[in-house]
Design a protein around this ligand. Structure first.
Ligand SMILES: *[C@@H]1O[C@H](CO)[C@@H](O)[C@H](O)[C@H]1NC(C)=O
Ligand SMILES: *[C@@H]1O[C@H](CO)[C@@H](O)[C@H](O)[C@H]1NC(C)=O
Ligand SMILES: [Mn+2]
Length: 358
């Protein structure tokens, strides 16, 4: 057989009118499916068998639910609205679309690893996850916020945590990074940022969008846990908590107004007993800490932000900021259960100076 015959025999089946029509119909169907799937992936796969049936073609046996579990479909995260009605964060950026995120049982993997303040210490974070035998298949990671500033690899930490699909709540430093990026709040009108914020130039749009999406709290309801960066005011329902308290408090003292059992948050650690660790008050027995309907009191809080006090273990709250950026340790809690593990910092990246910026 000569070359020409071989070529024409090879092409001939493609010129068969039935096959041509079939190919065109399939391509058109695929195109419209793709367009549909772009907006509603689950719906497209529910629609697919109907289209196939109409065209008299065999319907594959898989169901849409086996392709898309509840968690992979949820573009809109599970959340609770905030009734504090704030429009701006304490740093002057816009409030996140979702202030109180709920991590559902379907979304959470076998273990949930809750990590203290990373502050750019990416190498220590990776070493800590190795020590915890982290695998993406079995573990969800939730960070207590303050991914950036003080340590060496702020932008890299944001990028890595985002691309790994980690969850995080929002810390005061994450808020500040956004304020620096958008030149709002204390960065309004600033043309060249302070050197400590050089890293924001290395954030791309996806990194910024991810930071902007970070909620102030993340509730893992089936584990009975709420993650927050700094703390919550005792006696106040979750949905009434304010961003400044959630991202900045270390201590609480009795309010002069508002009656018995009303607390105000403060950022400092008092020497003279005029205020107490918020987590200690939160953990006290008794009615004054109960927040009524929608209260988080029955749950255990995991938080960071307070490197000076370091690991804090109270009955209903555990503080995980063990000062990695100051040369101490990075710590994570393994849920469910009580286990915690830590790694030592590779070096002291920063000397603690005052507490306001922890
Ligand atoms: C927030 O808005 C809701 C709905 O308008 C209102 O019921 C609630 O009292 C507001 N909260 C505060 C703290 O003003
Ligand atoms: C990680 O795996 C090693 C080896 O199997 C084991 O000894 C260690 O306890 C595990 N650590 C954690 C935190 O699960
Ligand atoms: Mn902090």
């Amino acid at each position: 057989m000569d070359t020409n015959t071989a070529v024409s025999e090879g092409i001939a089946p493609l010129l068969n009118p039935f096959l041509l029509t079939y190919t065109m119909v399939m391509s058109l169907m695929l195109l419209s499916l793709l367009r549909y799937a772009n907006n509603r992936p689950a719906a497209a796969f529910q629609a697919a068998p109907i289209l196939l049936k109409r065209l008299g073609l065999p319907v594959p046996s898989f169901s849409s639910s086996s392709l898309f579990s509840a968690s992979s479909v949820s573009a809109v995260p599970h959340s609770l609205p905030s009734f504090a009605n704030e429009t701006l964060t304490p740093a002057g950026t816009r409030m996140p679309a979702c202030v109180h995120r709920i991590l559902t049982r379907d979304e959470a993997k076998e273990r949930v690893l809750v990590v203290g303040d990373v502050h750019g210490c990416l190498e220590e974070l990776q070493a800590l996850l190795v020590k915890a035998n982290y695998t993406a298949a079995k573990d969800s990671v939730v960070l207590v916020g303050d991914l950036v500033n003080k340590g060496p690899l702020s932008a890299e930490t944001v990028k890595w945590c985002r691309t790994q699909g980690f969850y995080s709540v929002r810390g005061n430093h994450d808020d500040s990074a956004l304020a620096a990026y958008f030149r709002v709040g204390k960065f309004t009108g600033v043309s060249s940022l302070p050197q400590a914020y050089d890293f924001v130039a290395a954030l791309d749009e996806a990194d910024v969008a991810w930071l902007d999406s970070l909620p102030y709290t993340l509730s893992i309801e089936h584990l009975g846990v709420v993650v927050v960066h700094a703390g919550l005011l005792p006696g106040r329902p979750l949905q009434m908590q304010q961003a400044a308290d959630m991202s900045r408090i270390r201590s609480v003292k009795r309010a002069e107004e508002g009656g018995e059992g009303t607390w105000v948050g403060v950022e400092y650690i008092p020497e003279n007993g005029e205020a107490e660790p918020w987590a200690k008050v939160w953990s006290q027995e008794g009615k004054e800490c109960e927040g009524g309907e929608g209260s988080t009191d029955a749950r255990h809080l995991l938080f960071g932000h307070d490197a000076k006090r370091g690991l804090q273990v109270f009955r209903k709250a555990t503080g995980l900021d063990t000062g990695c950026c100051y040369g101490r340790e990075l710590t994570l809690a393994i849920l469910p259960g009580e286990e915690r593990i830590s790694v030592k910092a590779l070096k002291a990246y920063q000397v603690p100076h005052g507490l306001k910026s922890d």
